[in-house]
Write a protein that binds this ligand. Sequence first.
Ligand code: FEO
Ligand code: CA
Ligand code: CA
Ligand code: CA
Length: 676
Amino acid sequence: TPPPVPAEKLLAFAAVPKSLADMVTVPAGYTASVIYALGDPLNGTTPAYKNDGTDDNFDTRAGDHHDGMEFYGLSATGSASTSSSERGLLAVNHEATTDAKLSSFFLHANGGATTLPRPAAEVDKEIAIHGVSVVEVKKTGTAWAYVRESSFNRRLTPLSDIELSGPARGNALLVTKYSPTATKTRGTLNNCGTGKSPWGSFLTGEENWAGYFTRGAADDAARGNDKSVTSLKRYGRAQGAASRHGWESAGSDDKYARWDISRKGASLDGSDDYRNDINGMGYIVEMAPYDKSKSAKKRTALGRYAHESAAFGNPVAGQPLAVYMGDDSRNEYIYKFVSSAVWAAADASAPDRVAMGDKYLDSGKLYVARMNPDGSGQWIELNISNAAIAGNSVYKFADQADVLVNARLAADAVGATKMDRPEWCSVNPANGEIYYSLTNNSNRAVDPTSSQLAPDGPNPRAYTDMKGSSAQSGNPNGHLLRMKEGAGATAATSFTWDVYLFGAEAGASGGFVNLSSLTADQDFSSPDGLAFSPYTGICWIQTDDGAYTDVTNCMMLAAIPGTVGDGAKVTLNHPKANGGTLAVDTYVGKKPTADTLKRFLVGPSGCEITGLCETPDGKSMFINIQHPGETTAQANLGDPSKYTSQWPSNAGYGAGKRPRSATIVITKNDGGRIGT
Ligand code: FEO
Ligand code: CA
Ligand code: CA
Ligand code: CA
């Protein structure tokens, strides 16, 4: 259903200035309140969070690094409700944890071990703060709070039992000690972007899971230099790769040893063989937010890569469903899944949400995007019957499950377009156009080395810094790309694209930097979180920036975008090092005005702004503040004055001064809708 025509003017608020203050700033007339932070207990027996490094029991507390998030309404009597704006569940991703070297130092009294082996007690905490939480939230008067003892509260962690579903279920690539039949996998990890299905389930994307696994220095030969080595290298695990936290060093128990994917046993007979454990990560995972009794499921049909969000095309009865997704790594791809089943509107209210996922997400076609210089593009199906995949010389695909588990290699084989790090995507509810955040890319250069790519139409910029230094490499600011499906709508195999917005510093003068003519009320860098409000139609843009943080903390902007093709073709004549130019044609959307793009929020120091959901009345918005103070030096742990952030304790929330990732709720003081 299209969003209701708003009675009030959108983006009527006064723009929030850029800021380095250690606080959440919202426009005059709005209030932001912290409601759910790292460590908050999710039952009546887990003690209150002391926030001094002595807390434990993290599998019954809020996890760390709050990321994507969705809202599921509850009626006054506690039943599922799509209309309630007073009470509901938040399903929250807990992506990662703040670390300097190995340990998540804010979790440990002394900061934890920075050398191997890691103590098991430290690792147990760190494992448990990853995953997902479901937490009830409730409004009393005008104030929201989380409900500590709600029976709906739930955690998924890297130790949870999760079912494998779709074409790769039962495949040899997923046979592990944990599941010799390849029907299950242990846990979910690095949960980043989210999605909400038309039938009301929660989707969570596994992103930087690869970095949690280690491989021995001689593992290529130990694997017989077989094709698994090709797969591991393509997913960022060359032999000798160290793991992010060294969890594998904490003991011989499977829950630690599994993070070392070097060959351990002679065969997959139940002895200590963890070679395939990494193949169980990297999926879109579906969960029934209202029903703790239902196992979450990994939807292998949607492919395995560094997932961000999963955005559904606007569902049309009798038509297949489309799920748009990105792979956030430098020079990776944009994907689309199209269901075999056609949409039945009655399924929107089906009581068993995971069963609906079985219907729509286990069978279909996975496509990857190839973009042409003339503003057109094709969706290319990743199918074992495609000669470029079946006859690939880099990697010998065994079957369709292998294509899905090694989707990156299949996408390479069909010549998909390498992008500037696809983060979140979202679909405009008004017209079905698809928006992608391309956050930044240091591997883009006018004169590329072997690890870099030259600029092209959909990724047209290359310059070193925020000002547009004359060194023509990198895309530090990122941009937002959008796509319009051709004939066939969600099932289309062709599309058109343009660049909706270029991130830039307003004062940048060099190079091809401020191509969208951003003003000081609009300028941003490294778009990441991206969500259209189904209630107001506003496009919310959130940033995760390392390039602009000398000037401003990360932020959220409100936008009213136009449509694909509403701007102009532009030719960028990049000067090459040895003379001559690299001419790149691109398509730039209609430039924003003060009425169509405005900064709405700036976060505390060192954070990323991410995750967004609203109550159905559009009057309460939940967003996440991820990793405030992450630049704190571990050596300064005993001296709060040296923490680079003390949020949210400095906003009056919780004990201790160590910074904490947290969910905030934004309301308008006059009771109006958010963004008006
Ligand atoms: Fe978890 Fe690419 O952001
Ligand atoms: Ca992200
Ligand atoms: Ca990011
Ligand atoms: Ca992050």
